[in-house]
Write a protein of this length. Sequence first.
Length: 183
Amino acid sequence: MQEAVASPLTGWANFYVIIGSAAAALTGLMFVVVTLIAGLRRRRSSGGINAFGTPNVVHFCVALLIAVTLNAPWHALWNAGLILGLCGIGGVAYIIIILRRALRQDDYTMVLEDWLWHMIIPFSSYSALVVAAILLSSHPVPALFCIGAVTILLLFTGIHNAWDALTYNAFDLHPGDSDQPLD
């Protein structure tokens, strides 16, 4: 019984080692970047960071959690499906919280690209994770491909959004102030 259950996950081990390592490294890098930016920019409300910075760390951590979950030695796929399903439900709820934060903050006005990368793609990813988690026991091969796609999408979303936030903070936040020292 264990061999039949372990076989679908075994083929994904290297994939999740790579994804998990990338997610962990990017999470650490976010701490470094935020620390460096905090020392260079003028003090503003934390609304922008809560709406546009913190979710990137969450997406990286969820990618890491998925990687760890699918590398664990499960005796039955439904156990992994339960963890992944809860992760997906938590992600959907978190995106709703982020939507509220983004609408309440006044540091930045979102454009179409922001709606896509900060709300629609993550919401769709976490929703797909819930569906794939439900189907994991009965249809492991397509569910695992869906979970793999979700994990990559969360990783790329975090990378895109982190880059977007970094360039905004570094270049667009105070245009014309490049010669002025920041307080």
